[in-house]
Design a binder for this molecule. Structure first.
Ligand SMILES: Nc1ncnc2c1ncn2[C@@H]1O[C@H](COP(=O)(O)OP(=O)(O)OP(=O)(O)O)[C@@H](O)[C@H]1O
Length: 277
């Protein structure tokens, strides 16, 4: 994999090849694990890839690195899944990719490719506004007493934001439709929705912003079997439209969607690894 030097103060510091070779032979042969299905040895960035390169993170005021030299490539419109033990640093990584905190070192960027597989221009920093994030148990953060207000809660209210509000409004119906909430009244109290519908609403709130990358932290946690199946089906549908990066312990339900998976090890090291059975 080649890299080009860029300013160290920037988030944008390296380029990447259009193919990654991320399945370490040591993990494949490990006797403890039987793997669910063969995943491709290489993943092709046909049009663009979200690139995370050598990202480390130490919270300000602490002396412990929560993430250590994490690298991954996520091709456009693919489904990536990160699994691993509780406390290993999965949520911390998602927060960095979403721009909610900054890496101590390393880079997060988008690399585009032309039809003939050549890199297009320089890599671009991944803009936080192009990333949607749905936190674990998103319904706990619902603030409004009706669905419409919940979806529009973060919309610009200051003077001059009308055009943007109109644009967002035009996307609202599409988002509501794509998560299958069309049968629900916009006057309904979000807290009265079923578990699965609350998750759909949380997804719709993010989809209105038309993110390029949608990050989901434990999207099936706390749901009953039917809602889990419904949300997994919805994610399969969304995968056609955008790129998904998911942290989950629910490997069985999501296995059929996964294009690439990684294990986060205690200490914050990430390794590409097929899902265990
Ligand atoms: N700002 C911080 N300062 C110090 N430690 C932190 C900070 N944020 C998170 N941690 C610690 O970092 C470790 C990784 O947390 P993180 O939530 O990323 O793990 P996780 O793999 O997502 O866990 P889970 O699966 O339980 O959600 C935990 O031990 C957590 O307590």
């Amino acid at each position: 994999m080649g890299s080009i030097p860029l300013p160290s103060s920037s988030l944008l510091i390296s380029s990447s090849s259009s193919t990654i070779f991320g399945r370490p032979s040591s993990t494949l042969s490990h006797p403890r694990w039987r793997f669910r299905k063969a995943q491709p040895l290489s993943v092709s960035c046909d049009y663009s890839c979200f690139e995370i390169r050598d990202v480390s993170y130490r919270p300000p005021g602490t002396k412990i690195d929560l993430l250590s030299q994490v690298s991954l490539s996520i091709p456009e419109k693919s489904f990536g899944l990160i699994f691993g033990r509780s406390g290993s640093g999965k949520t911390t990584l998602l927060q960095l990719i979403a721009g909610l905190s900054k890496p101590t070192s390393g880079s997060i960027y988008v690399q585009r490719y032309s039809d003939d597989g050549e890199k297009v221009k320089s890599p671009e920093p991944l803009q936080p506004e192009r990333v949607g994030i749905v936190f674990q148990f998103p319904e706990r953060y619902f603030v409004a007493d009706n669905v419409l207000d919940e979806v529009t809660f973060g919309w610009p209210r200051q003077k001059g934001g009308i055009q943007l509000r109109e644009l967002l409004a035009s996307r609202l119906q599409k988002a509501i439709t794509s998560v299958g909430l069309t049968g629900i009244s916009l006057d309904k109290d979000p807290h009265s929705l079923s578990g699965g519908y609350k998750r759909r609403l949380a997804l719709a709130i993010q989809l209105v912003q038309t993110p390029d990358l949608l990050i989901l932290d434990e999207p099936l946690a706390g749901l009953d079997w039917k809602a889990r199946a419904d949300v997994a089906k919805l994610l399969k549908h969304l995968k056609k439209e955008l790129t998904l990066l998911v942290v989950s312990h629910d490997l069985k339900e999501l296995a059929s969607l996964v294009d690439q998976s990684w294990r986060m090890e205690m200490g914050g090291a990430l390794k590409r690894e097929p899902l265990p059975t």
